[in-house]
Design a protein around this ligand. Structure first.
Ligand code: ZN
Length: 139
């Protein structure tokens, strides 16, 4: 069951293999597709004081730094066959830029789709920009 395009799988594996994860030995890669259709990738980058950055956060930071503010798709790849879902902090980061149609896909180490989520499935009853009186793509 592979509904992930081969070029996306290749990009995910490439970025995961560039992760800097000497402490956890758990390299993760993320690829996000913005509203414009541009793809941004990120890998986890750990540091000695343990406050590293996740792959999803890295990719989102790159997208936001490019001036984009809306996520269409999110892909996450871990090092193994287990489900490498976004952590709680990353779920909130994804939520910041998600729409009700944003899909989050988690693939295994070879890029085969394991699970697909909507934002509401990944973070139900979430707190977002609209809770602070700001516009939100989730409205
Ligand atoms: Zn995370």
């Amino acid at each position: 069951m592979s509904e992930v395009q081969p070029d996306i799988v290749e990009a995910l594996i490439d970025v995961r293999d560039r992760a800097y994860a000497p402490y956890s030995n758990h390299p993760v890669g993320a690829l996000i597709v913005s509203e414009s259709g541009t793809r941004y990738v990120g890998a986890n980058v750990e540091v000695a004081h343990y406050k590293g950055i996740c792959a999803e956060a890295s990719a989102i930071a790159t997208m936001a730094s490019a001036g984009e503010r809306e996520l269409r798709e999110v892909y996450v790849i871990g090092p193994g066959e287990h489900l490498c879902t976004p952590c709680g902090d990353c779920r909130q980061r994804i939520r910041e830029f998600a729409t009700p149609e944003t899909l989050i896909r988690v693939v295994d180490a070879q890029g085969t789709l394991l699970r697909r989520y909507t934002m509401d499935q990944l973070l139900p009853d979430s707190f977002g920009p609209e809770n602070l009186g700001r516009d939100s793509a989730m409205d």
